[in-house]
Design a binder for this molecule. Structure first.
Ligand SMILES: NC(=O)c1ccc[n+]([C@@H]2O[C@H](COP(=O)([O-])OP(=O)(O)OC[C@H]3O[C@@H](n4cnc5c(N)ncnc54)[C@H](O)[C@@H]3O)[C@@H](O)[C@H]2O)c1
Length: 328
């Protein structure tokens, strides 16, 4: 039985990872400071699970908790994660994402040799932007070139992890995943914004001309990939995770509107939910395109996404229809 410390387990991806690992006989300690995008709802496990309200910025408290638990694995999900917020105020991003990771690494380097891995969950945004017509995709060899305060803070934390691996021998793996979606994602992110705007018949904001391309992955597929990496991944290395679902924002919005037209035909004057689309001024420094080449994880770990994009979108839409007030 492995002891797994999950930081940020009350957020979107960490929550799904806990649900996966708890079924596989792991002992989970979920450490989260319960920020605005987190919830303890639906984490009611009586066995092999505990929650602690703590901040990864607080070194002394963190050290005590981690040494007492003595994890075999640390999975670091805790981060400020919304690009728009980072543009308004970068401070919490620098503190949680960089200083928080630094604190965890300082503790990890002194853990006994029962400690197997610091799994650092990062983003493809650290690589900056591809240009629209470029065929090239991000790979493990792509140099870092972050654009936003969010992606710069994640890039900095990735560099710290690598340095602590090389200098202090902290066994680590860094993962850089594309845009996630799925049930229970906080309503500030694009796919929940689209779905909830349709449900509430509010306009659907689309940045710029909507042509920016994102690479989408269902959260369950991301968590399956993370589990494979925990069990079979090579330490002191990096894996990019993506499901080869490249869509321009406008194409994605129209796809969701079309699905909702079928799942929840609207009865108040709109021909289609796509009538609600409204283009709004672009985000400063907005990356044009992200696209992941997942060949390494596919070949080395035999991981492949299990979910078809459209069926995962339907599943997500249905979850929001049944849980409109989840985050209220
Ligand atoms: N959502 C995506 O599309 C995506 C894609 C690739 C990588 N990631 C990375 O995955 C991780 C999780 O993302 P998410 O979408 O679940 O984010 P989220 O915002 O939903 O969850 C983050 C969680 O971390 C907690 N947290 C933040 N700062 C903390 C601190 N100082 N101390 C303790 N807890 C803290 C929050 O309370 C929250 O519960 C992040 O590191 C993010 O960079 C996300």
């Amino acid at each position: 039985m492995n002891k797994v410390l999950i930081t940020g387990g009350c957020g979107f991806i960490g929550f799904h990872m806990i649900n996966k690992l708890i079924k596989k006989n792991n002992i989970i300690l979920n450490l989260d400071f319960l920020g605005y995008a987190s919830s303890k709802k639906d984490l009611n496990y009586k066995k092999n699970y505990s929650f602690i309200n703590a901040d990864i910025k607080n070194f002394a408290k963190l050290k005590k908790i981690i040494f007492e638990f003595s994890p075999n694995y640390i999975l670091n999900f805790a981060a400020e994660s919304h690009v728009d917020n980072s543009i308004v105020n970068a401070n919490p991003f620098i503190n949680s994402n960089i200083i928080g990771t630094f604190n965890l690494l300082q503790i990890a380097k002194n853990l006994p040799n029962t400690f197997k891995m610091f799994l650092h969950i990062s983003t493809d945004e650290v690589f900056g932007s591809l240009s629209l017509n470029q065929k090239k995709r991000f790979s493990e060899k792509t140099p870092y070139d972050p654009s936003s305060p969010y992606s710069a803070s994640k890039a900095a934390s990735d560099h710290l992890v690598k340095a602590w691996g090389r200098t202090y021998n902290v066994p680590y793996i860094i993962t850089n995943c594309s845009n996630n979606f799925g049930p229970r994602q906080f309503h500030e992110k694009l796919i929940p914004v689209i779905i909830l705007s349709c449900i509430n018949k509010r306009f659907i904001p689309v940045y710029g001309n909507g042509k920016n391309i994102r690479d989408w992955i269902f959260v369950e597929d991301h968590c399956n990939a993370l589990e494979s990496i925990m069990l079979k991944g090579k330490v002191f290395s990096q894996y990019l995770i993506g499901a080869r679902n490249n869509y321009s924002n406008i194409k994605l919005v129209k796809k969701i509107c079309k699905l909702l037209d079928k799942i929840k035909p609207n009865k108040s004057g709109l021909n289609s939910y796509s009538d609600l689309i409204k283009f709004v001024s672009d985000r400063p420094g907005h990356d044009v395109k992200y696209s992941i080449d997942p060949t390494k994880i596919e070949n080395e770990l035999k991981w492949k996404p299990k979910y078809n994009f459209e069926s995962a979108l339907k599943l997500t839409i249905k979850w929001y229809l049944n849980n409109v007030n989840y985050w209220n």
